[in-house]
Structure formats: C-alpha cells, structure tokens
Design a protein around this ligand. Structure first.
Ligand SMILES: Nc1nc2c(ncn2[C@@H]2O[C@H](COP(=O)(O)OP(=O)(O)OP(=O)(O)O)[C@@H](O)[C@H]2O)c(=O)[nH]1
Ligand SMILES: [Mg+2]
Length: 453
C-alpha cells in the first residue's frame, strides 16, 4: 500500500537519468522499499517518471524512463523534463552500469557531462551513480579521482546488488546534502537544449558533423587572418566576427533543414527540431570560444559603476581621467578607449565553401565620435548636464544587464527561423500539461498524506 504525500521541506530531491537497464528502478526500489519497479527486459521498462520517498523522508528520488530508448524518445524525455520541473533539484544523477573496463564507464560519464552546456544547466547539479559494482573488480577509489578532478563532477555514488537502501541514502546525503536545491524550469527551448530526440539518421548526423567542422574551420581561419591586422583593427574585427558567426548559425540551421526537407510539422516535428538543436548546441560551443576571446578586450575597462551626485543616472567610466566632466557626456561604445583616431573599422566576412577559406575584407572605417552625439535624444544623452567628478560619485552595483556573462550563447535559439521554436514550444507545453501532476509514493503512514505539491 502506498500514500501520496508532500515532500518534507528538508528532503533531498534526486532525479535519476540514464540508459535503459542501467539500474535506475533498482536504486529506487532499494531507497524506497517499493518493489516491482525494475526488470531485466531489454527495452525500457519504466515509461513515465515516478517519485518515491525513502522511509525516513530524507530523500525523494525520481525514477525516469531510459533516455536512450529507440522508441518514444520524445515521451521519455518529456517525462524527465516533467520530473525536473516538479520541485527544486539537489542532483540529477546519471546512472551508469559498471563495466569490466573502467575506461568505458569514464567515457560514458564524459559523454553525459559534455552533452550539457553549463549555462543551460548548473553543472553542480550533475552527478553520477555507478551501479553493478558487484560485477567488476575495480573499486570506487579507482574511479573517483577521474570523475571529480578530471571531469569536474562533484557527486559520485556507487551501488551493488546487495547494497541496502539505507546506505545509498546515506551516500546521497553525504554527497548532496549540504547543497541548496536549484529550481529548474524546462520549457520548449531548454528541452531542445538538454535532450536529444533524433532518430540516428546517419545522413543527417553526417551533415551535422560537416557543419560543425566547417564552423571550427571558420574560427581557426579567423584567428590566422586576424593576426595580420593592427591591435585596434583586431578588436573591431573580433566583435564583428562573433556577430557574423551568430548569423551563420542560423544559416546552418536553414541549410540542414532544407537539405533534409524538414517541415517541422506533424509527428516528425520534435525529431527534426532536435536534429537542428543538436547541431546548434555544438555550434554554440564554437561561438562561445570566440566570445570568450572577445571578452579579453574588455579586461582593461574600469567596470565600476557610479551614480551621478545630482540625478539617478548611473555611469560607467570607460575612458578619460578622474577629473571633472558633465553628467550625460557619454562615449557610445567601448572601442573608443583603444581607437586612437576615434574610428571603428568595419569588415566583411565571406566563407568560400569550395576552398574552405574565410575571406575578410576591410570595408572602411566609421567615425565613432560622430555617432556618439547623433541620436542621443537630449543634449546630454540622458544625463542632467551638471558637472560631476568620478571621485565624488557613489559606487553602485552594476545594473542587471551588465552582469550577463558576455560569453553566453543563450541568445542562439535551438531553431531560430520561421517561428519553428514558438510552434514547438506550444506543442511541448501542451504535452507537458497533459502529463498531469506528479505524486510522491510513500510508505510512511504516520505522516499526513496529501497531494504532491
Ligand atoms: N548485478 C547487478 N544487477 C543489477 C544492479 N542494478 C540493477 N541490476 C539489474 O539490472 C537490470 C535492469 O535494472 P533496472 O533497475 O530495471 O534498470 P532501469 O535503469 O530502471 O531500466 P529502464 O527502466 O528500462 O530504463 C535488472 O535485472 C536488475 O536486477 C546491480 O547493482 N548489480
Ligand atoms: Mg526503470
């Protein structure tokens, strides 16, 4: 007999994910004392997410369907998303079966960790649980240094067939008990970033690889060509190049969709969108490298923000001295501090697919000082016009928009054209709502029964 109940506010919430047959349901049986969840079947046995509480209420664990199933991948991953959204998560434990060769386990974990982009999911949430430890001769201490130091995964738990649920709970408490849970909201966009639901179509996957290789090459070519330009030109070039790369991702998305006649309609929609999203994730990693490099140009800029003594306007000192100026006298962009002549170079980037060469042409220069006054609205561009002095201005915390990681690639949508993303998000939300509320299965009769949320 089971009861549905609220989770204790102090309960640790752990979501188990992993391949078919890796031992997720067996772990859940041990932790909760509920039987009948696991199976030796070759196809995924668990098809929806199920929540269970440990007898002492300290751990709530979620059993999810195998994420690599051949069929129903969308439904399986939808159920995992449902579990992640349920309540703030302490850990997403990747359950992996121990293999005689330790290397195979490590590469399995590496693939899992590399599948995520840190800005999509907080990395501290990712953990691993290696099951079937009774079938191998190596021990946890052989593998923990790799997991924690090399792969940067902080949480590692081990289990074997005869291990008690109590000792697994104890390990979970020890590994994630000190951490605050993190609220995750998987919407259509995050779903496509986190999960793959492609159909292993070799032709499509080959084209994806080609696009990624081309992107890598563009980046390498850029760094090679850039070296021949002056420092200030290099900086202007770098910022323009990352904008061009951003646009090229959308072009690559269109190419992949066109070559494979994707319609983003009907039952194939999720799979097609996932192919594009998978490619996009890989291209984002390349773009992120370029943006991280671009950040270097900001490093000498004084990023302190200070408030005008007379009006609510906040200023960032980008150039000039500590002496007097006028509130509202602004530089319109950061380039000025490097550009001695007050000009910004502009470039054109063209990729030659036949020669696999990038061509960069300098188009000319714009006068940045002219732009500075144009279009500023009022005479003092938003300031009060009174005389201010940096040393007299109160420091303030940077406005939210300045705290955004400049290397972030979240602005790249998984499918960025023709309203596909919005259509997918709508479908995703409908499907998620259709799953209804999740409930926590509990054996503990002494505690008040209730709904899940
Ligand atoms: N020897 C051994 N067998 C295990 C261990 N954990 C699980 N198994 C067996 O592996 C098989 C699959 O386990 P499940 O727990 O059903 O796997 P699952 O991850 O829930 O699989 P799906 O629901 O299909 O995704 C069962 O026959 C379990 O008895 C373990 O630590 N050692
Ligand atoms: Mg299962």
């Amino acid at each position: 007999m089971s009861f549905f109940r609220f989770a204790k506010p102090s309960a640790l919430y752990v979501v188990l994910v992993g391949d078919v047959g890796s031992g997720k349901s067996t772990l859940v049986e041990k932790i909760s004392g509920f039987g009948g969840q696991s199976s030796a079947a070759s196809t995924s046995v668990t098809v929806v997410s199920n929540l269970f509480e440990s007898p002492d209420g300290t751990v709530v664990v979620c059993d999810t369907p195998g994420s690599n199933a051949m069929d129903d991948q969308f439904e399986h991953n939808l159920n995992i998303a449902h579990a992640l959204n349920f309540m703030p998560v302490h850990s997403i434990l990747f359950v992996i079966k121990a293999d005689t060769r330790m290397d195979n386990v490590i590469s399995g974990i590496r693939k899992y960790a590399e599948g995520f982009i840190p800005e999509d999911i907080p990395m501290e949430l990712l953990g691993v649980c290696i099951t079937h430890m009774d079938t191998v001769s190596w021990t946890p201490s052989d593998v923990v240094p790799y997991i924690k130091n090399k792969l940067g995964i902080e949480t590692a738990i081990f289990s074997s067939i005869n291990q008690s649920g109590d000792s697994i709970c104890k390990a979970i408490r020890a590994e994630v008990g000190k951490r605050a849970p993190i609220k995750i909201t998987v919407d259509g966009e995050l779903f496509l970033r986190l999960f793959r639901i492609d159909n292993n179509n070799i032709k499509i996957l080959r084209e994806v690889r080609k696009e990624v290789a081309r992107f890598e090459l563009m980046k390498d070519e850029f760094y090679r060509i850039k070296a021949a330009f002056s420092t200030s030109e290099q900086m202007d070039m770098h910022f323009e190049f990352q904008t061009w790369m951003f646009e090229e991702i959308i072009e690559a998305q269109k190419r992949l969709s066109g070559q494979n006649n994707f319609t983003f309609y009907g039952p194939q929609m999720a799979c097609e969108a996932s192919h594009v999203a998978n490619m996009t994730n890989q291209l984002r990693k390349v773009l992120s490298d370029v943006r991280i490099e671009a950040m270097q140009y900001h490093r000498d800029v004084d990023t302190n923000f200070r408030k005008c003594q007379y009006c609510p306007v906040v200023w960032q000192k980008i150039e000039g001295c500590d002496g007097q100026t006028v509130c509202g006298k602004r530089v319109s962009n950061l380039y000025d501090s490097w550009s001695e002549s007050g000009t910004i170079s502009t470039f054109r980037f063209v990729w030659n697919p036949l020669k696999s060469k990038l061509q960069i042409t300098k188009l000319g220069t714009r006068n940045s000082r002219k732009e500075r006054t144009a279009g500023s609205g009022s005479q003092y561009g938003g300031g009060c016009g009174r005389t201010i002095e940096w040393k007299n201005m109160a420091p303030v915390t940077a406005p939210v928009e300045f705290n955004i990681d400049p290397s972030s690639t979240k602005d790249v949508r998984p499918v960025a054209f023709d309203g596909v993303m919005d259509a997918f998000s709508k479908k995703f939300k409908q499907a998620l709502d259709g799953l209804g509320d999740l409930k926590i299965n509990s054996r503990n009769k002494n505690k008040k029964a209730g709904g899940a949320k």
